[in-house]
Design a protein around this ligand. Sequence first.
Ligand code: HEC
Ligand code: HEC
Length: 365
Amino acid sequence: MGKRWKILGVAGIFALVVGAESSNKPKIGALPDKPPEPPDNPTTPEKVELGKLLYFDPRLSGDGSVSCATCHDPNHGWAKKRVMSPAYPENKHFRHSPTVLNVAYNMLMFWDGRAKSLEEQAEKPILSPFEMNMNYDLLEERLKAIPGYVERFKKAFPGEKDPVNIKNVAKAIAAFERTIVCNDSPFDLYMKGDKNAMTPEQVKGMKLFVGKAGCVQCHNGVNFTDDKFHVTGVPKHKLESNALVAATRNFVLREAGFKNPESIDRDLGRYFLTKKEEDKGSFKTPTLRNVSLTPPYMHNGVFKNLDEVIEFYDKGGGNVPNKSKLLKPLNLSDEEKANLRAFLEALTCKNVPVVEEPELPEYKN
Ligand code: HEC
Ligand code: HEC
């Protein structure tokens, strides 16, 4: 797990686990109160306040119409309830928008894990031509024309000569994201000792999760992800053949050095980064926390609800030659499937952070 987790305290992680007959077995556990933070970006109230404004500010995008909240919407479980994510006007996105709720506990960002921290991640959508389509230098100038921002950057990054810059934009947004966390799900309460917090069905579902259904092999740790990549064989969504979705995917592929992107007719995940045959269709294991709030599911939003996801796993995943050996047909009964779904629902917080859209500072005349 490395040193990032030290801050959480060893007891925080290892005290509250199930499926732990042997110490090598993967485990799930309650989420500690605070996510880890990097030494060069400690969370302060000033940074969080600034980051919140930036998160909701569409002026971070080229034409002033798209903010982080457009695609990671507090009213949609901090994800977006549509198959493919929204995109910069006139474009279509080629991936489903994941939640930023509790993302602060993750080690890898994006479906293909191409960013390693929230700070690194936050810079990318601002530049992406099909997300926010902005230019960093122009953004800095724009923010400097807003006195309410200049003042707040100074407070958030005291002592810095020229604090209004893209690195600090990313740091402030990351600090805000570290406050979009919750750990009061029935599962967390159960693990902390309230044995009535989960229903008997949910407890049975948890036993299946760590036992017969084998979900814990990949969805483990406090955030239900092993921070690794697997080929599960998720079927193609018909939208992946849409001309504009394909145009975006082809653009991404050409940027990544693929000479003939038209020969690829769907999202192949980590393969786009590594170009290794075994990575074709390999995606990062996503968190399952609050999963009931964020349909549809998978990198391409192909499954409408949790029942469809469970059916997929019951069949042992999809039909691709390089599929993970960890996936096998499960032969779950209807009752077991219902219990498993009940357990996934027990991962939803009682108090999901609600954040009202803040009033944004104005340009000087
Ligand atoms: C136009 C839609 C759009 C906008 C705007 C956008 N995102 Fe995203 N975001 C996505 C999509 C889609 C993904 C997944 C993309 C991928 O995996 O390649 C993503 C991934 C992420 C992730 C990684 C989550 C995970 O579990 O891996 C984080 C964190 C995130 N976005 C934060 C932000 C922040 C902060 C902003 C604003 C600076 C922002 N996003 C703007 C659509 C958007
Ligand atoms: C071999 C590793 C592995 C196993 C075992 C596994 N998963 Fe997954 N899971 C993944 C990966 C990887 C994805 C993302 C796949 C994609 O988007 O193409 C995923 C996606 C999901 C999603 C969608 C989450 C979202 O936000 O879109 C759910 C729900 C889920 N898994 C539940 C389960 C359940 C329940 C089990 C046990 C029956 C299970 N998983 C077993 C690796 C695994």
